[in-house]
Design a protein around this ligand. Structure first.
Ligand code: 3HC
Length: 282
């Protein structure tokens, strides 16, 4: 069992911290916003309490797991970790800064992983002096439920780092899939154009949101329709991934739908803001 750091206690970061702690690792959960840290820890406590209620964990096991998670707002705590998983907001500038800071304080053997949904791992690697130990560990929401981890290899990621992270993801009970460092990797390169197309269908008045989602749920057996899923992911995140695909490939087929841009500009970001393609009463 190892010591790991998860940077960012949002939806993804708190889920990632929980899966590591459940696998027996000690987790430093680092978040600059105290309010967000408190929220992230409360979500983990709620998830564990639900597992106890459902008989999947005993109260004692739940306490032991919670005891392995140490919340902090001090990045310095990361310096004791064998692995750091960065899960802060999707901004190249913020992630580059975080990688630079982590590189300066962690011992040379620490692996620096990013949960980025679309930013280049090679680029993040160049912000450090250890590009061979920089890798993508892309989890899916809800982290506790979704089996997949895309393990993204940058141009300089070493075979050793790659093999170690693939094994670690398996130890978490996940199914890792090795993918290359290409815009959107595999999951978001396939998923986001489908979501964007659904937004175009709505924009052009082909059908309303409920009808588009019903088509994909009942016709394709998707657990959520694409617009419902976009609200779940966050429309700002969807727009950011489409922009990465558009810039990265320079292909007009990835142009974000004007309606998606408009909704983000209006602050209709999906579930997290209370309104997206659907309304979410508090
Ligand atoms: N946290 C923890 N557990 C959760 C959860 C959450 N947020 N949401 C649901 N669950 C658990 C429930 O507790 C339940 O567990 P149980 O079967 O042991 O009781 C199980 O999941 C099923 O939940 P529900 O019965 O409440 O609801 P559904 O059957 O409708 O499932 C869902 C909910 C799993 C979210 C399902 O709708 C789904 O799979 N949706 C698609 C999710 C998806 O595509 N995610 C990927 C998004 S893309 C991404 O993350 C990449 C990023 O880069 C953009």
């Amino acid at each position: 069992m190892a010591e790991v750091t998860v940077l960012g206690a949002g939806t993804m970061g708190s889920g990632i911290a929980q899966v590591f702690a459940q696998a027996g690792d000690t987790v430093h959960l680092i978040e600059v916003s105290l309010a967000q840290l408190t929220r992230g820890i409360a979500v983990i406590e709620t998830n564990l309490a639900r597992s106890v209620e459902k008989g999947r964990l005993t109260a004692n096991e739940s306490e032991v797991i919670m005891g392995r998670i140490v919340g902090s707002s001090d990045l310095e705590q990361a310096k004791y970790s064998e692995l750091v998983v960065e899960a802060i907001h999707e901004s190249l500038i913020a992630k580059t800064e975080a990688f630079r800071a982590l590189d300066s304080m962690c011992p040379p053997e620490t692996i620096l992983a990013s949960n980025t949904s679309s930013i280049s791992i090679t680029t993040l690697g160049t912000a450090t002096g250890r590009a061979d130990r920089v890798i993508g560990m892309h989890f899916f929401n809800p982290v506790l439920v979704m089996k997949l981890v895309e393990v993204v290899r940058g141009l300089a990621t070493s075979d050793e780092t790659h093999a170690h992270v693939m094994d670690w993801a398996r130890r978490l009970g996940k199914e890792p899939v090795a993918v290359g460092d290409s815009p959107g990797f595999v999951a978001n390169r396939v998923l986001l154009p489908m979501i964007n197309e659904a937004v175009f269908a709505l924009y052009e008045g082909v059908a309303d949101a409920g009808e588009i989602d019903t088509v994909m749920r009942l016709g394709m057996n998707h657990p959520m329709g694409p617009l419902e899923l976009a609200d779940f992911i966050g429309l700002d995140v969807c727009l950011s991934i489409m922009s990465v695909l558009y810039d990265g490939f320079g292909d007009p087929k990835y142009r974000p739908c004007p309606l998606l841009k408009q909704m983000v500009a209006a602050g209709r970001l999906g579930r997290k803001s209370g309104q997206g393609f659907y309304r979410y009463p508090a």
